[in-house]
Design a protein around this ligand. Structure first.
Ligand SMILES: *Cc1c(COP(=O)(O)O)cnc(C)c1O
Length: 428
């Protein structure tokens, strides 16, 4: 077949073929640590990257590889590497690009955990982050210096569901010769395909919509294969002899697959942030219904956001699917199938009313998660964004009077009824 397969077909078939040993139609869970070499020559070829195959499951595993291939296909990338969590994927994305003393220019509107990881923890590696508002492109450009090695943002950004102008940000990244890394967790490749908008790498928390039902912790990095790692001399791990892999120049040897091979041969080998085959299996199952779930997530979110916006107990709603959102005009261009299902709303009555609202909800679960089939709620200021300063909370869209919803795929009217009764208790 020479046809280009559509998303709904790829989400079921990409990366999966009947198991060569048994004919098993579903991807088996290869629960094995190691793989028998045919002979000593075969082993040597594998270790030299002269032949692709399985050595040890910290590096690669057939179940995990099927998932990597599927997500690469859905994102339109050339390769992918699966990791133990979304946070692991972020470190794995930066690892081949950074050296001590280097920085990443990152958006202020990010998942709270990412602000923490970039703001504090990566300093222990000698890396740092500069946070800027990505709606102010001049500020982004001004933050780039000679030690910057990447630009990082979310496609649909936490917690408000803000939409980043990926076309404009990637044009800027091209102009300054840097790779753009886009966290596409909250959009998924069904709603947004960052590589088509110029992203170099796409990172995912597979924990969220990709798996879809709150059973797995996992992450994925997808490479577009398009960045020229050799052009600037700024990426020695990829485009100069890599001492961590007997002096191999990955870009010279592997071209567009340099990032993916480095991530496996050096990143997973030495950092060990490996996805387990059981987790990969659950995520593969989840992805089979990704488009169907996302359509319902988006339809429910639109209906609920519109209802909340009209309610006098609510101060404002940030959903980009609403005409009132300053991000509304970006929806058709950046995420044409919908603005996602994650947004915040401000409750009249401030912090105390938010706490009462969260306590009063019955169908919505109060959890630090998003992208589940079931609807979720969190008061960011007292939880995920608690360790940020009040100024950082406001800049991140997590002010004290704001509640974040992750709308599930239940009946929208049942969810509205639940919000209605909880708002009554919160504002009584
Ligand atoms: C959850 C999340 C992460 C972190 O992923 P984990 O799987 O929890 O490590 C990163 N970015 C976004 C947007 C997320 O929602």
């Amino acid at each position: 077949m020479t046809r280009t397969l559509a998303f709904d077909t790829l989400q079921i078939h990409a990366g999966a073929k009947p198991d060569p040993a048994t004919g098993a139609r579903q991807v088996p869970i290869y629960q094995t640590t190691a793989y028998v070499f045919r002979d000593a020559d075969h082993a040597a070829m594998l270790f030299n990257l002269q032949e692709v195959g399985y050595i040890y499951s910290r590096l690669t595993n057939p179940t995990v590889s099927a998932l990597a291939e599927r997500v690469a296909a859905l994102e339109g990338g050339v390769g992918a590497v699966c990791c133990s969590s979304g946070h692991a994927a972020q470190i794995m994305a930066l690892f081949p690009l950074m050296q001590p003393g280097c920085n990443v220019v990152a958006a202020t509107k990010l998942y709270g955990g990412t602000i923490q990881q970039f703001g504090n923890t990566i300093r222990k590696f000698g890396w740092s982050a500069k946070f800027v508002d990505f709606d102010d492109l001049a500020a982004v450009e001004a933050a780039v210096d000679e030690n910057t090695r990447a630009i990082f943002c979310e496609s649909i950004a936490n917690p408000g569901g803000y939409i980043t102008d990926l076309d404009a940000v990637s044009a800027l990244a091209d102009r300054v010769g840097l790779p753009l890394i886009v966290d596409n967790t909250t959009a998924t490749p069904y709603l947004c395909r960052p590589i088509e908008h110029g992203a170099t790498l796409v990172v995912h928390s597979a924990t969220k919509y990709l798996t879809g039902n709150g059973t797995v912790t996992g992450g994925i990095v997808v490479d577009s294969g398009k960045f020229d790692w050799s052009a600037s001399g700024k990426f020695p791990s990829l485009a100069a002899p890599e001492p961590a892999y007997h002096g191999l120049n990955f870009h010279a040897a592997l071209g567009g697959m340099a990032f993916t091979f480095h991530s496996i041969a050096v990143g997973l080998r030495d950092l060990g942030m490996t996805m387990n085959p059981q987790g990969a299996h659950y995520t593969l199952l989840g992805i089979e219904t990704l488009s169907l779930r996302m359509e319902r997530h988006v339809a429910n979110a639109g209906k609920i956001a519109a209802w909340l916006e009209k309610d006098p107990r609510v101060d404002h709603v940030t959903y980009a699917g609403l005409r009132s959102s300053p991000y509304h005009s970006r929806v058709a261009r950046i995420c044409p199938r919908g603005a996602g299902a994650l947004f915040t709303f401000a409750v009249k009555g401030g912090y105390d009313a938010c706490v009462k609202l969260v306590n009063g909800l019955q169908l919505f679960s109060h959890v630090a998660n998003l992208g589940d089939t079931r609807s979720l709620v969190i008061h960011s200021a007292s939880t995920t964004h608690r360790q940020l300063s009040p100024e950082q909370q406001v800049a991140a869209g997590a002010a004290p009077n704001v509640v974040r919803l992750s709308i599930g795929i239940e009946d929208a009217d049942d969810l509205i009824a639940d919000l209605d009764q909880a708002l009554a208790k919160a504002t009584a």
